[in-house]
Design a protein around this ligand. Structure first.
Ligand code: FES
Length: 343
């Protein structure tokens, strides 16, 4: 072991003392570009780059306008695809024109000589800092930032115009309606039948066996051509049947269930994921997003996780033909509790 170590140390010291085998080749001789030698080509390149920046600005404005020419119609995926395609293409082309213009400016108009930058400490000396200012001034002089006013102003115009499409793209982040107007009401109302999701087949109380769990939507949204997905997302319900002896119901809620069959909103009260995992032995519902758990036998009280309140219960009963129907809408807003709730 000692011999091996000495051998490695000897190798290492010979490597350190070995003279450099690769000589610094220095810089390649500088090649003149056409724009260096011909003022006419220089002006031509400047014009070309300005055109690219102007095109970029126009494409940004066009992307904004395309949002309105191809509007997204809620529930119509075709319009969403068209909108995304045209707006995306305009933004991409605008960015491309901006990038090509910037690269072209650097390659054809800015000085092309090699630079050497020595390494230095994190905070430079006053001399270094003074030199940095000089470099900026040199860069300004070499790029023509103050001298080439048309070029500079067209670039500024392109950069100012670039965020314009985001005004339309992010407008949906500021919802037009208050949360309680959206989540406070669903399509459930008195007499609406509970139907299978998917399929839309009405459910009879007799087919809900103990231990079973059904995904349910209201019958009255099945024919909707507009806004079906929004309504379904709010009104989705989980239907379960528990042995009566294991159902702890408060006095004022005893009439909300039917022979051990209970219905609860499927939208997690944390941030709105669908609660879809039912453990029939424990009567626990699990939200897969952040593991909130709700106790179905105890009004879906939260027994674990970040959800702040129980899942809202849908009062149900049966109609004359034995089909399960709602007694009313939910009596409290469904979904997340992040906003100030009046009820
Ligand atoms: S959304 Fe259900 S636990 Fe977070």
């Amino acid at each position: 072991m000692v011999d091996k170590k000495s051998e490695l140390a000897a190798k290492s010291s010979s490597a350190v003392s070995r003279p450099d085998r690769i000589q610094n080749p220095g810089f390649e001789p500088e090649h003149k570009r056409v724009t260096d030698e011909s003022p006419a080509r220089d002006s031509g390149a400047e014009r070309g780059i300005s055109v690219l920046f102007v095109v970029s600005a126009l494409l940004s404005v066009a992307a904004f306008a395309l949002n309105f020419i191809f509007p997204i119609v809620p529930g119509d995926l075709g319009t969403t695809r068209l909108n995304n395609m045209f707006v995306g293409l305009a933004i991409a082309a605008g960015l491309l024109a901006l990038g090509v213009g910037a690269v072209h400016w650097a390659k054809s108009l800015m000085h092309g000589h090699d630079l050497v930058e020595e390494r230095h400490g994190t905070r430079g000396s006053d001399e270094t800092r003074g030199r940095a200012v000089e470099i900026f001034q040199e860069a300004n002089k070499e790029s023509g930032w103050t001298r080439r006013r048309v070029l500079r102003n067209s670039l500024i115009g392109a950069l100012v115009a670039f965020p314009i499409p985001s005004i339309a793209l992010f407008r949906d982040l500021a919802p037009a309606n208050r949360p309680e107007d959206v989540l406070g009401f669903t399509s459930w109302k008195k007499g609406v039948r509970l139907t299978h999701d998917p399929g839309g087949v009405p459910i009879k109380a007799s087919e809900v066996t103990i231990g079973s769990a059904f995904h349910v939507i209201p019958e009255n949204i099945l024919e909707m051509t507009e806004g079906f997905l929004d309504e379904k997302a709010k009104a989705a319900v989980l239907l379960m049947r528990l042995p009566l002896a294991e159902l702890n119901e408060a006095e004022d809620r005893k009439s909300w269930s039917y022979d051990g069959i209970v219905a609860y909103s499927k939208i997690c009260t944390h941030v709105g994921c669908p609660v879809a995992l039912y453990e029939q032995q424990t009567h626990h519902l699990l939200c897969p997003c952040h593991q909130s758990q709700f106790d179905v036998s105890n009004h879906c009280a939260v027994i674990f996780g970040p959800a702040a309140r129980p899942l809202p219960q849908l009062p149900i009963t049966v109609d004359a033909e034995g089909y399960l129907v709602a007694q009313s809408d939910f009596l409290e807003p469904v979904g997340p509790s992040y906003w100030e709730r009046a009820r």
